[in-house]
Design a protein around this ligand. Sequence first.
Ligand code: ADP
Ligand code: MG
Length: 454
Amino acid sequence: MINTTEKNIWSRIAPSLPGHFGDKVYEGWLRNIQYQDTHGGRIYLTVPSRFVRDWVSVRCKDKLLTLLQAEDGNINSIEFVICSNNTKAAPKKDIPEKNEDIQVIEKLDAPKESIVSRLDNRYTFDQFVVGKPNELAYAAAQRVANATSVYFNPLFLYGGVGLGKTHLMHAIAWHIEQTQPKRTVLYMSAEQFMYRFVRALRHKDIMSFREQFRSVDVLMIDDVQFISGKESTQEEFFHTFNALVDKKKQIVLSADKSPSDLDGIQERVRSRLGWGLVADIHPTTYELRLGILQAKMESVPLEIKPEVLEFLAHKITSNIRELEGALNRVVAHATLVGREINVDGIKSVLQDLLRANARQVTIEDIQKHVAEHYNIRISDLHSSKRQRVIARPRQIAMYLCKKLTSKSLPEIGRNFGGRDHTTVIHSVRKIEDLKEKDLAFGEDVDMLEHIIGK
Ligand code: ADP
Ligand code: MG
């Protein structure tokens, strides 16, 4: 499949890269890129890390494509692949190390496929910065990775987007792979689980599907919230789960919510999910964010002023993925302008991110503002008091939580003295209704929303 003409093409343009991008960019970012393969006009290049991939994709891809096209008009796109040793395949030989899209296409035609886990080689324990918000999850992950028998089953990691769940799961897999190579570890997303299951059904191959899953020592399924509402997938997952628990095999799961807050999951599945250790990853703190930025900078050939990192840690509070994205951009900018960047400089580079992060509203914020506005206590919002002077503000607060945060209905309910999600729905409808009927009331609520949302 390797096309030598294309291979030459990359070696042909490589010497001209310092001239086109400058020595600094070339040395720091482009020099380690290697040719991998070409498929239907798409050229695959390997990069050493995701950080480099993101950076190069944003800053150099278009120009690289132009250069490649100047050599060969058939090339129409570039795909960066994180370097080959990030691929962990059970039977290594028959799966070419390549971009995931392609693998899926190839596997569609394959009559039988082996189970392949893909792990990001940056997601190890030593690349994971530990702080208050994630120390429990980290300790639990370490425990599972180092254990030779099963202490708690499953380990259920949950937390918001971009807080390190996938990172920890990969870290467990890497660690077991290195320290106990005889144990088979299978990591995949719930989406992949479903995809394989559905395909096995279609190919009437369900027996070997089951066998593959049930023969592993450690099964890790990421983002299980994805199977919510998908009945037959849940059913299959449930059986796989039970079979492995019976055999005393370790299961590690992650989701964006705790088992009890997951919507659309059958009750018996939900209760099983909470059987073992449930460890949550809390939103980040300033110290953790700063620690992460400092750790990331260690692998970047560039100096960034401490106050710039501090500024980022203060302002980009949403999650670690965005924080990394922001750092990426700052580094890119500093490299391009060729001088140290200061806080004022990054404000314009990160305008959109800063604005988005400023808008984060929490349930507590809303409760505080609503209680103040209506001159009641926050504890009244959690209480079961039913007088209108308290019940109405409580409904308004729930309505605003639905509107201004991304929390689920059960989660909102829980934050109002453990109310049911149907109560939240009722409150939201009630307020919508009142806003329509009573203009003064509507204005009042809108004003509150405006103040809180600012
Ligand atoms: P999730 O799966 O919870 O959405 P990820 O595990 O994909 O989040 O993490 C998002 C990004 O943030 C990844 O690049 C990951 O390496 C990084 N990250 C998350 N937590 C940490 C941490 N504690 N230390 C270093 N990097 C982290
Ligand atoms: Mg994830």
